[in-house]
Design a protein around this ligand. Structure first.
Ligand SMILES: [Zn+2]
Length: 155
């Protein structure tokens, strides 16, 4: 299990949920197992809902949304906001940025800089009475043109 997940989260999910102020309902436990039981993930509510249905759980999309937001409120997930209303729930709670893969509409973590140094420097100073609370950077990636044309060539 990657170390950036809340430590021991999967060893005793009911306890973890209780410790974070959440009642460990059957549905929450099933969702938590899917979210945290496979290592680090970025997951959209719609995808988690599909996965739940595929696993034989009878859950509405609204229930999945509510549970994800509860996990977020409890500090177990981070929300990453993309274009439009697209949002992902991220099990990696450390400060990090994302690559957005246009082709597959997925996000992946930008590896941390050397020695965990921040990737962004020379930021404009905030107004005097303000401070930077968080920096969420999403870098959009597309395939290089050459790679595209190669792909389109007949075999
Ligand atoms: Zn992430």
């Amino acid at each position: 299990m990657p170390s950036h997940l809340p430590p021991g989260i999967c060893e005793n999910l009911p306890r973890t949920l209780r410790l974070h102020g959440l009642r460990p309902t059957k549905q929450r436990l099933a969702l938590a197992q899917m979210i945290f039981g496979q290592g680090h993930r970025h997951i959209a509510a719609e995808d988690l809902h599909k996965e739940a249905v595929h696993n034989g759980l009878e859950l509405s999309l609204a229930t999945v949304y509510n549970s994800l937001h509860c996990f977020h409120e409890a500090g177990l997930l981070r929300i990453i906001i993309g274009e439009g209303s697209k949002r992902w729930f991220d099990t990696n709670l450390s400060d990090h940025h994302h690559f957005y893969l246009e082709e597959t509409r997925r996000i992946i973590d930008v590896p941390a800089g050397q020695n965990g140094a921040p990737l962004i420097s020379n930021l404009p100073p905030p107004p005097e009475d303000m401070e930077i609370a968080q920096i969420d950077l999403m870098i959009k990636l597309r395939r290089k043109a050459a790679a595209n044309s190669r792909k389109a060539e007949p075999k």
